[in-house]
Write a protein that binds this ligand. Structure first.
Ligand SMILES: Cc1ncc(COP(=O)(O)O)c(C=O)c1O
Length: 405
């Protein structure tokens, strides 16, 4: 056994890193399941839609006798397929402008390393995908929130508000659209405002497009690469995790036309050697055959979004909006503390042997006190289960508020 006092020698950064708020309630869920309770998971963005057979076939086709390292920037065949895929969105991408990463997570990490030194700042609309904060802490940069609210559908404030948040340390603005956790898709005029700000202040624009295809109500999936005047400072972050229902493949990618950034990514990539080899063959096949499955997959999520919204509407004291994309929504509950409620759901509540697990939204925010009465719901369950789960959530809210009365 190590002496306990050695533990106090870990770095300040390591000590201060937040535990994943999405995963930290897991022990309570495990205990609930041990008590025989069915737990509907609305807390994590793990799609349950089957991984397309085309992708799995690509993985199974690997039959070499040695599983080798691949190129640090990824297999050329995959970079070519991705360049081809972008033609669907009317943008020209060269394979040399694509850099394959170990998941979208590594794409975020590399982008933060690229733009900021210790103490530098990146602006990001809050609430935001909470792991951004984990990566910022690892790298030693500070995230600063751009405020948005449920009342405004989590859309962006105007450019004057964004400008007022910029300091000499600000190096980039990070957007995510379609958004995790809110499901919001920004309009072109919002992007244009941000673009004018990054140009004026000479910043990078990082855009997380992991959920690109998850656009509902007839919206056309797109990419910020369509704004040519931003190509010098645009870094697109992406992943196959959600689009191919393949979170465990750990294949992500970065697209940029900035050659200095590309050579910096190459150096970061060389230090970690290469992204997973076999899964890249899966991704190649996934992109080759994407048109065979993507519409069905998105249709399924759109139906689920409708179910969630229909059911939530039945509980007037839950403040919810119909998200435009991705597969999440943030709702305001009539409770003082949503984390306490989320723990109670797992520890003390059940309805016909079932309960739900939700992600308290407070840690998707940086501003103290914001999001305390909100939770993120991920609609990654089949329709029937989803309907049941939302009904149970609604019932639970009233039981919770009646306690001790
Ligand atoms: C917005 C966003 N970016 C990045 C990621 C990371 O994706 P990956 O599984 O490819 O690491 C996620 C995963 O949930 C996400 O929601």
């Amino acid at each position: 056994m190590l002496k306990e006092n050695l533990i106090s020698k870990i770095s300040k950064r390591a000590k201060e890193m937040q535990a994943s708020p999405i995963r930290k309630l897991y022990p309570f869920a495990v205990q609930a399941k041990r008590r025989g309770i069915t737990v509907y998971h609305l807390n994590i963005g793990q799609p349950d839609v089957p991984t397309p057979v085309q992708l799995l076939a690509g993985i199974k086709s690997f039959n070499e006798t040695v599983l080798p390292y691949g190129p640090s920037d990824g297999l050329l065949e995959l970079r070519e397929e991705i360049a081809q895929y972008f033609k669907k969105f009317d943008v020209e991408v060269d394979p040399s402008e694509v850099f394959i990463t170990t998941g979208g997570s590594e794409a975020v990490l590399f982008a933060f390393i690229l733009v900021g030194d210790f103490g530098d700042e990146v602006l990001v609309p809050e609430p935001f995908y909470t792991n951004y904060q984990g990566f910022a802490q690892q790298v030693g940069i500070t995230l600063r929130p751009i405020p948005t609210s449920v009342e405004d559908g989590f859309h962006l404030p105007n450019r004057e508000v964004i400008k007022s948040l910029i300091t000499p340390k600000t190096k980039a603005i990070l957007l995510c659209s379609p958004n995790n956790p809110t499901g919001t898709i920004y309009e072109d005029n919002e992007f244009e405002e941000v673009i004018s700000v990054v140009r004026e202040f000479d910043l990078y624009l990082l855009v997380d497009e992991v959920y690109r295809e998850f656009a509902f109500d007839g919206r056309k999936p797109s990419t910020l690469l369509r704004f040519k005047d931003i190509h010098d400072r645009l870094i697109v972050l992406d992943s196959i995790s959600k689009r191919f229902s393949a979170c465990g493949a750990r294949i992500g990618f970065i697209v940029t036309k900035n050659t200095e950034a590309l050579s910096a990514f190459m150096k970061m990539g060389q230090a970690r050697l290469c992204p997973p080899t076999i899964e890249q063959w899966g991704a190649i096949n996934g992109f080759k055959h994407i048109d065979e499955f993507i519409d069905d997959m998105i249709g399924e999520y759109e139906r689920r979004r409708n179910v969630v919204f229909e059911e939530l509407k039945k509980f007037p004291d839950i403040e919810a909006r119909k998200p435009e994309g991705a597969f999440y929504t943030v709702v305001k509950l009539p409770v003082k503390n949503a984390e306490d409620f989320a723990v109670w759901l797992l520890k003390d509540f059940q309805h016909n042997g079932k309960t739900v697990m939700v992600a308290p939204a407070e840690s998707f925010y940086l501003t103290p006190g914001k999001g305390v009465d909100e939770v993120r719901i991920a609609y990654v369950l089949e329709e029937d289960k989803l309907r049941d789960a939302i009904r149970i959530l609604g019932k639970a809210v009233s039981v919770y508020n009646q306690r001790g009365k």
